[in-house]
Design a protein around this ligand. Structure first.
Ligand SMILES: Cc1ncc(COP(=O)(O)O)c(C=O)c1O
Length: 376
């Protein structure tokens, strides 16, 4: 039997597909004409308008940003400002990508990791309401894991009851938000990533969605070094602007978005059918509640998850624990304080990311499902 270092990856876990060069050319030409390459130029404004329209928001309701992390930092600075000595911590999930906590840390907060609900994989507003460190918290960062939407109304109620500002990290959730026609919140900003690996991508980019036009204006200012319409710096800020180049890719991505969504839906349907055929329909999460860039196999325990990863690796399939073992287990980040983490520890060890991308052949999905059936 070969050891794991001899295994050759034939099928990667992800193969992003962004707009073609031909699709970009007309947009790039218009940059040449305008000679504006950044600083909220015409292309970023057009992209923001088109994204606003997607969610029925007035012009300017969406703030484009340089990355999902920058969007989150902009949302935090606008919503909560920087940490203070009386409110030094941010309550965050550990079951997330590191950027959720990095964004809080960049705004001066010390992350404190809280366990998630086993039902919806996110922080739970009702349990957090009684958290012993709530009085120290200047911020709650709620991750929508794998784009799985969180209950914004429940978080609005939490915020109203506790006075602790809440920001949602829905980095992977653009496609889920569009599919669910999800209403935006007037009080809780939602940050999204347009990283190349996300369903809607522009290379590096992101946006903050809010139903409050005044919030959106202040957020534009926060990611624009504190400038808005005049040369006077106002408020906590960063340089988190999206460049015109990235906006060009975003525009071309929006042009083909309906078609891309249909292709994602087709991939998700094939995966679900393949798992249904082997009697494991309830083990696969792909599309639907989670972003279609993830195909997640929920194994019954950590041992079967590891066995599955090894079995798939032998067949050349790459897999990934997308959120590692949780941020509380990271060795080079922090250390930060955390609660007991039974739900995070369990889920992180069971949820195996399978290969998922638009041109993944049907036969590969069927083969993967067959391997899962053999292992589980
Ligand atoms: C949950 C989560 N938050 C934040 C981010 C950061 O987004 P970006 O890479 O665009 O900065 C990601 C990116 O993968 C993510 O998955």
């Amino acid at each position: 039997m070969p050891d794991s270092s001899q295994l050759v990856t034939r099928i990667p876990v992800l193969r992003p597909e962004l707009p073609t060069t031909d699709a970009l050319v007309p947009y790039l030409r218009s940059l040449e004409d305008s000679r504006i390459y950044t600083n909220n130029g015409p292309m970023v404004l057009r992209l923001e308008q088109r994204l606003s329209a997607y969610f029925g928001q007035p012009k300017g309701g969406v703030t484009a940003a340089a990355s999902g992390t920058a969007a989150l930092i902009g949302a935090i600075l606008t919503k909560a400002g920087r940490a203070t000595t009386g409110k030094p911590i941010a309550l965050c999930a550990s079951f997330t990508f590191v950027a959720s906590a990095t964004a809080a840390q960049n705004c001066g907060y010390a992350p404190h990791f809280v366990d998630i609900s086993p039902d919806h994989w996110a922080l739970d507003p009702d349990s957090l309401h009684n958290h012993p460190r709530l009085h120290e918290a200047g911020l709650v960062v709620v991750t929508a894991p794998f784009g799985r939407l969180v209950d914004l109304a429940a978080w609005e109620a939490f915020e109203a009851r506790t006075g602790v500002p809440v920001v949602v990290d829905c980095a992977a959730g653009f496609d889920v938000m569009v599919r669910a026609n999800a209403p935006l919140s007037k009080t809780i900003p939602v940050a999204v990533s347009f990283h190349a690996t996300k369903a809607f991508g522009c290379g590096e980019g992101g946006a903050v969605f809010s139903a409050d036009p005044d919030f959106a204006l202040r957020c534009h200012r926060a990611v624009n070094n504190g400038f808005l319409g005049c040369r006077q710096v106002i408020g906590d800020n960063t340089n988190g602007k999206m460049s015109e180049y990235h906006a060009c890719v975003g525009m071309a991505e929006l042009d083909r978005w309906a078609h891309k969504q249909t292709r994602y839906e087709a991939m998700a349907t094939t995966y679900r059918n393949a798992f249904r055929t082997v009697g494991l329909a309830d083990r696969i999460h792909v599309g639907g509640e989670v972003s279609a860039v993830y195909a997640l196999c929920h194994c019954p325990d950590a041992m079967s998850a590891e066995t599955l990863r090894m079995a798939l690796a032998y067949d050349g399939y790459e897999t990934r624990f997308w959120y590692g073992a949780g941020l509380h287990a990271e060795q080079g980040f922090g250390p930060y304080t955390h609660d007991p983490m039974p739900n995070t520890d369990t889920l992180a060890s069971q949820l195996v990311g399978l290969p998922a991308y638009l041109d993944l052949p049907d036969a590969e999905m069927e083969q993967i499902a067959a391997t899962v059936a053999r292992v589980i």
